[in-house]
Design a protein around this ligand. Structure first.
Ligand code: HEC
Ligand code: HEC
Ligand code: HEC
Ligand code: HEC
Ligand code: HEC
Ligand code: HEC
Length: 379
């Protein structure tokens, strides 16, 4: 009796820990910790600059920002370094805990252990094909524009390269901010999943007006509190849709992660017109995305039930990702196969595509493509 009582209260306490201290919300981006971790009031200490930028900048094993070189010009909002600098580490850790701050690392100068959900820029620093080439990490590769570049969008901008320095072509953004167009490190009230916000399809003109921050073209999702450093307990939930749409106002109208990627790679999604798009049913002409993963119909896909047996080999999006009691229908998305920042594979894929052999009973059976196409391996 007493034992059951204790278990009851222990369970209640754990529930409190899970839901009380870490409320399930769609955006948990707010930073914590010492102001001095991230800000410098005058960019001067003992007469020397504090701001560090450039190659080699990153948090070291003592939790100190080091490497790079000192920059005498101060930065906007009084920051001690750039986007790349603060999200980098010279260790293999992908979360740095220092002075009360918890910093997600997306670029490790050495091979990262447990890369976060977006993967890592480590590999693209030495091999162009393994990630997005972004300013501050790697120069422009042989690609002169985003493959499958969205029609009609501005010609010389983030749609053509994310490796350009901030300037007039990218509204003083470029690099990280080509995708994370608006950021809000101190504000949890923004509903943008991981600061993924477009610049308003109806005002494509540069410079991007500040008012674009208030439009509805952002990604919806439920954010895992450790950015999927571990996936055994919980994971991210991304928005997807079963409604067909063409690139343009896709992000505004559907708020899916696939519509976000399609902002730059628009030709790879949508109904087929003049060689563009994926089609609208089988037989498809490009791999479909933002379509339902068939469930419960006995087909090859029905053997993968993400609601009860989610696989990080082939994650899916959901029609109602923030509804914790019923996330809705599982959806094929761009991130079912790709990592967004970079990976150890060509085309920033989640697994070794050249190891996917139809009819195999070897090591790749049940992995990668076969997670969904369960009847195409030999097992
Ligand atoms: C001085 C340090 C610092 C700088 C500079 C900085 N960030 Fe961050 N950023 C953080 C920390 C710390 C977090 C984690 C906040 C938290 O605990 O959720 C974060 C979180 C993020 C996230 C994830 C948000 C989420 O929902 O989890 C993104 C995306 C991001 N930053 C992008 C950027 C971009 C783009 C820039 C440049 C405009 C930038 N950061 C500059 C420290 C920094
Ligand atoms: C702001 C524009 C933009 C967005 C948004 C964008 N990309 Fe890209 N992408 C590019 C550009 C430019 C290139 C070509 C240069 C390079 O490789 O970085 C590219 C290249 C790629 C490549 C090929 C990499 C290589 O070097 O072979 C893949 C794969 C890719 N993107 C996937 C995605 C996915 C998945 C998303 C959504 C999470 C996405 N992209 C969102 C601009 C974008
Ligand atoms: C091509 C678009 C793109 C570019 C460029 C990009 N990001 Fe991201 N970023 C994303 C997406 C999409 C996610 C969400 C990934 C997920 O949840 O699977 C993300 C997630 C993050 C996170 C949360 C950690 C994680 O892995 O989920 C941080 C921090 C972050 N980005 C920082 C940066 C920084 C710093 C840069 C520049 C060095 C950058 N991003 C460049 C698209 C991009
Ligand atoms: C972990 C890093 C981090 C810490 C700690 C931090 N900040 Fe910030 N702060 C940022 C970043 C990054 C920005 C840039 C705004 C953005 O990109 O979202 C910022 C912007 C600001 C801004 C201007 C924009 C806004 O949101 O109001 C103020 C004011 C500010 N910080 C004050 C503080 C104060 C005061 C402290 C200490 C109590 C503090 N910050 C601690 C990272 C941090
Ligand atoms: C997240 C689950 C998922 C993953 C991972 C996945 N697929 Fe698919 N694939 C689907 C679904 C669902 C369809 C649409 C089936 C339909 O319309 O009947 C599809 C369609 C296809 C088609 C076109 C079929 C047709 O009827 O036109 C091919 C070919 C294909 N996939 C190959 C692959 C390959 C190769 C891989 C690995 C690189 C892969 N898929 C990974 C779910 C997935
Ligand atoms: C079913 C798995 C799968 C899905 C879903 C998927 N891709 Fe790919 N993607 C691949 C594979 C595999 C390659 C390697 C080349 C090939 O076979 O086309 C690739 C290559 C690419 C490239 C590089 C093309 C080049 O010319 O180098 C880009 C860009 C890209 N994908 C973007 C996207 C975007 C954007 C989405 C969502 C609209 C998406 N992918 C959805 C599997 C996928």
């Amino acid at each position: 009796m007493k034992r059951a009582f204790i278990i009851f209260y222990t369970t209640l306490f754990s529930l409190f820990l899970i839901y009380g201290l870490f409320p399930v919300s769609s955006a948990e981006a707010k930073v914590s910790g010492l102001c001095a971790n991230c800000h410098t009031m005058h960019n001067s200490q003992n007469g020397t600059s504090v701001l560090i930028t450039g190659t080699g900048t990153g948090w070291n094993s003592s939790g100190v920002l080091s490497g790079g070189s000192l920059q005498s010009a101060p930065a906007e909002t009084l920051l001690v370094t750039t986007c790349v600098g603060c999200h980098s580490s010279t260790t293999s850790s992908t979360i740095i805990n220092t002075g009360g701050s918890q910093i997600p690392i997306v670029y490790n100068t050495v091979v990262p252990t447990n890369p976060l959900a977006g993967g890592n820029f480590h590999w693209v620093a030495t091999d162009d094909t393994r990630g997005h080439n972004v300013y501050g990490i790697s120069g422009q590769d042989s690609l002169t524009q985003a493959p499958g570049k969205t029609l009609g969008s501005c010609a010389n901008s983030c749609h053509t390269s994310l490796a350009q320095a901030p300037g007039a072509n990218n509204s003083n953004r470029g690099g990280c901010r080509g995708c994370h167009v608006f950021t809000s490190h101190h504000d949890d009230s923004r509903l943008w999943y991981r600061f993924l916000k477009g610049h308003n399809a109806t005002s494509a003109e540069l410079p991007i007006p500040p008012s674009a921050a208030d439009t509805s073209d952002y990604v919806v999702g439920d954010e895992d509190d450790d950015w999927e450093q571990e996936t055994a307990i919980d994971h991210n939930w991304y928005k997807g849709t079963t409604t067909a749409y063409s690139p343009g106002a896709g992000l505004q109208n559907h708020q899916t992660i696939t519509a976000f990627c399609s902002g730059c790679h628009g030709i790879f999604h949508g109904p087929q017109t003049n060689g563009y798009g994926m089609g609208s049913g089988s037989p498809w002409v490009r791999h479909p995305t933002d379509i339902a993963l068939p469930q419960g119909d006995g087909s090859e896909y029905a053997q993968y039930i993400p609601a009860t047996n989610y696989s990080t080999q082939a994650p899916v999006a959901w029609t109602d990702p923030t509804n914790t009691s019923n996330r809705g229908t599982p959806i094929v998305m761009c991130l079912s196969c790709h990592r967004t920042h970079g990976s150890d594979q060509p085309d920033m894929l989640r697994w070794n595509y050249s190891g996917m052999i139809a009819g195999t009973t070897g090591a790749s059976a049940g992995t990668g493509c076969f997670t969904c196409h369960t009847t195409k391996d030999g097992s």
